[in-house]
Design a protein around this ligand. Structure first.
Ligand SMILES: [Zn+2]
Length: 319
């Protein structure tokens, strides 16, 4: 069996790695952005760097064991950041064992010398949504993930723009409250501190919402309560939506985006988040060229990191 007999859509098969604080996912992705086969391991995030790399190597090993590997032309890595594209290194906040870790080189060694591209997870989401998702027909887009953190990436002039070191579009750490709470990043009043899932859950509790017996008090539970009209839950999502609106408006003013794509676990709350976000947007996006900005849900879901890494492998991300 030749590789071309097995590749689902012919040439352009690539391998993708999505490195996060809780899992390392891998996949073979075809030229149309479809995930063909996958592998994954938990990230031993508290262990030393070599142990984390061993988990990544196991994921790659699973992919290399597949007959289809013979058709793989390149490897893309999307990693939790910060990353340094020029150096090929990563320093994920949630993986302390990796600081300036030469991930691109290590993966190249394990991938038999195939070309390897590295991008940050925010740029990966933008690359995925621009390739096969909600930003597919947009040349100027912000693509965001709102989950336990808030991240993002930019599409400008029809290209994913990861920036000088690969971290452009990192919207979670735009300040929307000058005198707000200190952020772990060292800043103050960051949108992440207002819109991330745990912040929504905390605010709902502060205002009197309580989880059902046996509940964890997650943002998803707050979303369910908001759908039932619980005022504290509704208010917590309204606050998060407003913070996101202010940040999105700032990006629109800065680089003239036409659409903001919002994904991630918190965005799965749907209209509970999107309705107040859209309602608040005109308060902040006031200049003529920022009006008409659309805010839409992401389409690539949990595969965004893999699809975006594959897009990078295929040269769809600026160098
Ligand atoms: Zn911050």
């Amino acid at each position: 069996m030749t590789p071309m007999d097995t590749a689902p859509s012919g040439a352009g098969l690539v391998a993708a790695l999505d490195v996060g604080g809780t899992k390392i996912a891998g996949a073979l992705v075809d030229a149309d952005g479809r995930v063909v086969l996958r592998a994954r391991r938990p990230t031993p995030a508290a262990e030393d760097g070599a142990t984390v790399m061993a988990a990544a190597a196991e994921v790659l090993g699973d992919l290399r064991d597949l007959p289809l590997w013979a058709a793989v032309q390149a490897v893309g890595i999307g990693s939790a950041g910060p990353v340094d594209r020029a150096a090929g290194s990563v320093s994920p906040v949630n993986i302390p064992g990796w600081r300036g870790y030469p991930l691109r080189e290590r993966v190249r060694d394990l991938a038999g010398g195939l070309p390897v591209q590295l991008i940050g997870d925010g740029a990966a989401v933008a690359a995925a949504e621009h390739w096969v998702g909600a930003a597919r027909n947009s040349s100027h887009a912000l693509c965001m993930v709102v989950s336990t953190g808030v991240g993002g990436g930019l599409v400008l002039g029809g290209r994913v723009r990861p920036g000088r070191t690969g971290n452009a579009g990192h919207i979670g750490h735009i300040s929307v409250d000058l005198d707000g709470d200190p952020c772990p990043c060292g800043g103050r009043g960051c949108v992440e501190g207002l819109a991330r899932g745990p912040a929504i859950a905390r605010r709902a509790r502060e205002n009197g919402w309580r989880p059902e017996p046996g509940g964890e008090g997650s943002a998803a539970e707050v979303a369910a309560a908001a759908r039932d009209g619980h005022p504290a839950a509704v208010a917590a999502f309204a606050r998060a939506g407003r913070a996101l609106a202010a940040a999105i408006a700032a990006v629109a003013a800065l680089v003239e985006i036409e659409v903001a794509v919002v994904g991630g676990g918190v965005a799965e709350a749907g209209e509970v988040l999107f309705a107040p976000l859209r309602r608040s947007l005109p308060e902040y996006a006031t200049l003529a060229f920022t009006r008409g900005l659309r805010v839409v849900p992401a389409l690539t879901g949990p595969d965004a990191g893999l699809i975006g890494a594959a897009a990078a492998a295929l040269g769809r991300v600026d160098g």
